[in-house]
Design a protein around this ligand. Structure first.
Ligand code: FOL
Length: 233
């Protein structure tokens, strides 16, 4: 199984959704989500923290192979993304649905950046086959190489993913409020994950986004929130 990280925004009671939608509209957090999930590691050194030009954080090519990240999501999360924003651009979209024909007949079925899988495990297997440096396993698709893997929801998949030893980080935007929600993020077990200090979180986020990010409170409208990071022990 390949390593992956969870990305989520939650309120003080771990609420994440209401009526199949996000309970809030946080423009800056959404921009952060886009950057975090789109930024591919710079080629060459493992631990390169140099700052890339602003327009250069997303896809990179290597001898004609497009290096992109994968976002794995449940079917309900996929359907919650506004049509104009899906598939998530510049990322490989994996939709988990028990229905093996989920995308059949949909326009997205023809999109090379969208696939469905019938379980989280099958989604990870598929992604792993596209991470292999030997090249893509799916021959009718453009040459892509998956770099980082993100699990972006929802409740059901988070519950499965958080239990996995392969879950390395939880990037949790913590909203300092209690908002009406009907979908929740699972409890983070303190013996399995450690909440990083603001300083450590900033360093991990800098590695992942190639940008310096404040990990102090962000104020947006009536909400205050902060970018927190949990690391698997
Ligand atoms: N993580 C965080 N930090 N915030 C979130 O809102 C969030 N949402 C999801 C998963 N992890 C999250 C799942 N829901 C889009 C919409 C809903 C969604 C995830 C993504 C979406 O439309 N994203 C566009 C950007 C749209 C915009 O610029 O307003 C994208 O390209 O990523």
């Amino acid at each position: 199984m390949p390593p992956f990280s969870i990305v989520v925004a939650a309120d003080q009671t771990s609420g994440i959704g209401l009526g199949g939608d996000l309970p809030w509209r946080l423009r800056k957090d959404m921009a952060h989500f886009l950057r975090l999930t789109s930024t591919v590691p710079r080629h060459g050194s493992q631990n390169d923290t140099a700052i890339a030009p602003a327009a250069d954080f997303s896809t990179q090519t290597d001898h004609g192979v497009q290096r992109i990240n994968a976002c794995i999501m449940g079917r309900k999360t996929w359907e919650s993304i506004p049509k104009k924003f899906r598939p998530l651009s510049g990322r490989f979209n994996v939709i988990v649905s028990h229905d093996p024909h989920y995308l059949a007949g949909e326009p997205e079925q023809l999109d090379p950046m969208v696939v469905s899988a019938t379980s989280f495990e099958a989604a990870l297997d598929l992604v792993q086959s596209l991470q292999a440096s030997s090249g893509p396993a799916i021959s009718d698709r453009p040459s892509i190489q998956i770099e980082r893997v993100f699990l972006i929801g929802g409740s059901q998949l988070y519950s499965e993913g958080i239990e996995s030893k392969e879950c390395k980080y939880i990037f949790l935007t913590r909203i300092h409020a209690t908002v009406e929600c009907d979908a929740f993020f699972p409890e983070i077990n303190g013996s399995e994950y450690t909440l990083l200090s603001a300083e450590e979180a900033r360093s991990v986020l800098e590695e992942y986004t190639q940008q310096i990010l404040e990990t102090t409170a962000v104020e947006e409208g009536r909400y205050s929130y902060e970018y927190t990071v949990y690391r698997r022990n």
